[in-house]
Design a protein around this ligand. Structure first.
Ligand SMILES: [Zn+2]
Ligand SMILES: [Zn+2]
Length: 163
């Protein structure tokens, strides 16, 4: 089953995720097994986020493997009664499979915890907030406080000359 679906709302974390309605390509195989239906396959999409260092846009192509068992309701109940380690058993609802929770479980952990626009992102200038990636030679003249008094004098001189 190959299908493109629209990303549901809030698919992602605070810092990176899929814009609602973005394309998610599913390439899934549904297999009838004894307990229910086993869904396996891949999910592909493009997550968009913010670089934690420079707040620039980060684009992350996600390609994750998904495997999820949807149990027949009676099987799911039996598993719960056996106390199967609290393992969340998803239930088949009639013939319907609600893929969204499985999608979330597969995709969200695959997203970078601290997205970076590039691995060596230099971040922002601590003095003026400029993006250092755009301006690698960026620097501020750090004036010796003794000189700054002097430069004040110089600029005052300039002003008096101009007027
Ligand atoms: Zn960055
Ligand atoms: Zn700066």
């Amino acid at each position: 089953m190959q299908r493109t679906v629209a990303a549901p709302a809030d698919l992602g974390t605070d810092v990176i995720g899929f814009p609602e309605g973005a394309d998610l390509e599913l390439d899934l195989r549904l297999e009838a097994v004894m307990e229910g239906v086993l869904v396996t396959g891949s999910v592909r999409g493009r997550a968009v986020g913010e670089c934690v260092r420079c707040l620039g846009e980060v684009v992350d192509d996600v390609d994750v493997f998904l495997t999820e068992l949807y149990a027949y309701p009676e099987r799911a109940k039996a598993a719960a009664e056996e106390g199967d380690e609290g393992e969340d058993v998803r239930e088949l609802e009639g013939d319907l499979i609600d893929l969204e929770p499985a999608l979330r479980d597969a995709v969200v952990p695959a997203l970078p915890f601290q997205p970076l626009c590039r691995p060596d992102c230099p971040g922002l200038c601590s003095e003026c907030g400029a993006r250092l990636a755009d301006d690698p030679d960026h620097s501020h003249e750090t004036l010796d406080p003794r000189w700054s008094a002097l430069s004040g004098l110089v600029s005052q001189d300039d002003e008096t000359k101009e007027s």
